[in-house]
Write a protein that binds this ligand. Structure first.
Ligand code: FES
Length: 182
């Protein structure tokens, strides 16, 4: 981690990389800046892709395996872009008994998306949770931060279709909103 080691070129001329670079420079390109740098990238771009991880490894002179290890160990880091909308299907016991699996199947069939993934058009991220605290409303899901319960698959799909026509609701974190491509 010599300060005189040549630094890799920025991955692109996207000005957000200058912010990332400033984080590393402020820390003297020391390897202890790894987590802060990854935070900086995620704040700027919304997620960490392979190009970003390789760049950080080269810039901080940290083994790529360590960068991947840190990026995948901490749940707050995401390696894929988040969709404009998020649907968390509860698969806890109460919801499972009441048909959570049918909801997941409907999302899979209608949106071609698996839990933990985002649709190809970036519109919808689907996640699952063990219990969202609304067992009395089972089967439940959280759509863009709002709990919806007693869901039939058709109702869930219709609700998601309506979201496509509307902007993300106010109050959502900036990371939930559409981003320019990295
Ligand atoms: S099990 Fe689904 S809300 Fe509790």
């Amino acid at each position: 981690m010599s300060l005189h080691r040549p630094k890799p070129a920025l991955p692109s001329d996207d000005t957000r990389w200058k912010l990332v670079n400033a984080t590393m420079r402020r820390n003297g390109y020391a390897d202890h800046a790894l987590i802060e740098t990854l935070h900086s990238i995620q704040n700027a771009f919304g997620y960490l892709d392979e190009t970003a991880l390789r760049f950080v490894a080269a810039a901080l002179d940290v083994p790529l395996s360590k960068v991947f290890g840190v990026a995948t160990f901490y749940h707050l880091f995401r390696l894929k872009p988040k969709g404009r909308h998020t649907c968390v299907v509860c698969t806890g016991t109460a919801c499972y008994i009441k048909g959570a699996g049918v909801l997941v199947d409907a999302l899979r069939a209608h949106h071609q998306v698996e839990p933990g993934e985002t649709t190809a058009d970036g519109a919808l991220s689907v996640l699952t949770a063990r219990c969202v605290g609304a067992c009395g409303l089972a089967p439940a899901a959280v759509v863009d931060g709002e709990v919806v319960g007693k869901l039939a698959p058709e109702a869930l799909l219709a609700r998601l279709d309506r979201l496509d026509a509307a902007p993300a609701p106010p109050g959502l974190p900036a990371s939930s909103r559409p981003r320019a491509p990295a």
